[in-house]
Design a protein around this ligand. Structure first.
Ligand code: SAM
Length: 226
């Protein structure tokens, strides 16, 4: 996987610089993250529905969602995010320029709430929340999911090399499945293998999750559903 963070090697005060450097590198990425592509295919054309991206970084997945017709609300706390993603949008064809509302917000702030959304995507971001605040953010995410809405996220497992970083959260497989209670699990892939980070080799233990809040009538509501 290309999530070559090198995060975890630096102290807390280096995080802002770390994410800036990470997102600088990501901004030249030409491929959309597979989890987002898969979720977007499942959810079908956006047709003006609301998609929420948490930890949008360089904005590549936000732009892809907008391209697919979603009204995108993107959140990241990196100070340069609004300008960075704004610049990406400005470069796009004015005729088809997507509607993306980018906000600089800290997910861990008690004041940060989320709008109702039909698709919530968070790529390689939720694991970096403090274990004490993660439950609140997760609860708010669950509350923001519309019936029939999709969730596509990564969480770190308890065998990841970053375990020991006390301000990040990790979950066993059982705990992860518990978090998804009440949702229909559409795709649950457990990555548990050695790989690379910017700081060198590491073990990645990552749950790649796509889930859906059942509709009241239990029916699939959109044409993209397989
Ligand atoms: C590993 S990067 C992933 C970025 C992007 N989703 C991607 O896949 O390339 C994590 C992102 O989450 C953001 N982030 C981390 N903690 C956050 C928090 N508490 N609130 C908002 N954004 C946060 C960072 O600024 C960074 O852009």
């Amino acid at each position: 996987m290309d999530n070559s963070l090198g995060a975890g090697e630096g102290p807390q005060e280096d995080r802002a610089e770390l994410w800036k450097s990470y997102n600088d590198k990501q901004s030249t990425r030409r491929t959309v993250r597979p989890l987002l592509s898969e979720a977007a295919e499942l959810a079908g054309p956006g047709d003006g529905r609301v998609a929420l991206e948490l930890g949008c970084g360089a904005g590549i997945e936000s732009v892809e969602l907008a391209r697919r017709g979603w009204q995108v609300m993107s959140i990241d706390y990196a100070p340069e995010t609004v300008e960075r993603v704004g610049a990406v949008i400005t470069e796009l064809d004015p005729q088809t320029r997507p509607a993306i509302h980018v906000q600089k917000l800290d997910l861990e702030s008690p004041e940060t709430g989320f709008p109702f959304a039909d698709l919530i995507y968070s790529g390689y971001t939720l694991p970096y929340l403090h274990p004490a605040t993660f439950p609140r953010v997760w609860r708010r995410l669950m509350e923001a999911m519309r019936p029939g809405g999709y969730l596509a996220v990564q969480l770190f497992g308890d065998r990841d090399s970053y375990v020991g970083q006390t301000d990040w959260n990790f979950h066993s497989r059982a705990d992860t499945l518990e978090l998804l209670q009440g949702l229909e699990i559409i795709s649950f892939t457990e990555e548990d293998e050695d790989g690379m980070a910017a700081g060198g080799p590491k073990h990645w233990h990552v749950f790649h999750i796509i889930a859906r809040r059942p509709s009241p009538d239990g029916e699939a509501e959109n044409p993209g559903r397989r």
